[in-house]
Design a protein around this ligand. Structure first.
Ligand code: FMN
Length: 384
């Protein structure tokens, strides 16, 4: 994905063409705040009270691959939900085993659990999915219990930041803070505990991750099914963004200003399939991969469904606390999606277990507000 400066360079031809025009459009790209859901004034859905609507809205602020927001919630009866996923929002070309899908659902569950606690609900969960293609993932029951206050602003303000990561080393104390995972037990859900490893940019492992990320991006950029899938999830125009409220927008890809206006008006899914787009993707990945302090790699003992859900929770738990220390954590997942890196990365890094996350990490000068869109609760709640 591009940043603005890079994009301006790349769209030189189009810009010259438009450079003589005497007007500049005033309207920008659609951001989260433009379509904010007013839970307070929305009609609650059948079987859900206002607090439960708010809990589900907060859960949906979790990150997901290509921002597909793959979660569904079936209201069986008040306080009893089945959390699942919708096949139309899977990513078979880059995530054929639904590994990232379960990580995303895990992040959703982490938000759900924390938000429920802050409204005084205890959540119990039983995992239903036995294989990665099962659509029903977990049975969840909410019971009124003790309040566990949490600053929900952290959930509202969390976002992925891909640009302007500073090169300064991450301080030891910050590293400890970021990688200390304090998950609340989800009642019947056992926890295996996460292992995070930090590799600065100038370490041999940092070099391996940087170069591997660029090469894996290159391979993916020229793999047609992966690009077709990406094309289906980019919302170039404001109208498309407003209709879908999911996927990647120019704003969320950090293409702002005039470049943002240009792509909103002149780009479509065919642009994503062009050679120049592929080249831009690789150039940008290379630029991103070398900025920031280094890499965090998170490993788990296995890739079972409960483990993936837990590691989605571990990730979200980490994301909820980084903003206060002006730290950005950017998943760069292509090495876990493309061969040979998919098989080799753990061994090359000298790690045991399975790599679940490859994250670029760095300090920011200032933290931007969230821009990625979210679907209204009514769109992912079923049977209401
Ligand atoms: C499993 C998973 C994989 C992701 N992989 C990437 C990635 O490879 N590159 C990237 O730029 N963002 C990646 N992301 C971040 C998502 O694109 C991002 O969460 C989504 O667009 C919503 O934006 P937000 O995090 O700002 O709310 C990933 C997120 C998840 C949960």
């Amino acid at each position: 994905m591009f940043n603005r400066r890079e994009f301006m360079k790349r769209t030189g031809d189009g810009m010259i063409l438009l450079g003589g025009l005497s007007f500049l459009p005033s309207c920008g790209g659609i951001k989260r705040a433009d379509l904010a859901e007013e839970i307070g004034s929305a009609e609650p859905l059948k079987g859900l009270g206002r607090e439960e609507m708010e809990i589900l809205h907060l859960a949906s602020l979790a990150p997901s691959g290509h921002n597909t927001q793959p979660w569904t919630v079936k209201v069986v009866e008040p306080g009893h939900w089945v959390i699942g996923s919708e096949e139309k929002r899977w990513l078979p070309a880059v995530d054929p085993e639904n590994r990232e899908l379960f990580l995303s659902i895990g992040a959703f569950l982490e938000n759900l659990l924390i938000a429920a606690g802050s409204f005084g609900y205890r959540a119990g969960m039983e995992i239903l999915a036995r294989n990665p293609k099962d659509r029903e993932i977990a049975n969840l029951r909410l019971k009124k219990g003790k309040m566990e206050p949490f600053p929900l602003e952290k959930m509202r303000k969390r976002r992925t930041v891909r640009s302007n990561l500073l090169p300064g080393e991450i301080k030891g104390e910050d590293l400890k803070f970021v990688t200390r995972h304090e998950l609340r037990p989800f009642l019947s859900m056992p926890l295996s505990g996460g292992h995070s490893f930090y590799f600065p940019q100038n370490s041999p492992q940092g070099k391996y991750l940087r170069e591997g990320t660029v090469e894996a991006n290159r391979k993916q950029a020229f793999r047609h099914p992966a690009q077709e899938e990406l094309a289906n999830w980019i919302r170039w125009s404001n109208r498309d963004a407003e209709n879908h409220r999911n996927g990647l927008t120019p704003e969320s890809m950090e293409i702002g200003g005039f470049a943002g206006w240009y792509v909103r008006n002149f780009y479509d899914r065919h642009s994503v399939l062009s050679k120049s787009f592929h080249d831009q993707t690789v150039d940008l990945a290379a630029k991103q991969a070398k900025s920031g302090a280094g890499w965090l790699v998170v490993t788990s003992p296995d890739s079972s469904i409960p483990t993936l859900l837990e590691y989605g929770r571990v990730f979200e738990n980490m994301l909820l606390k980084i903003r206060e220390r002006k730290i950005a954590v950017h998943p760069m997942t292509q090495m876990l999606e493309e061969e040979p890196w998919k098989k080799q990365t753990a061994k090359e890094l000298g790690l045991t277990g399975e790599v679940q996350w490859i994250l670029r990490i760095g300090y920011l000068k200032s933290y931007p507000d969230p821009v990625s869109l979210r679907m209204p609760v009514s769109r992912f709640v079923q049977g209401s």
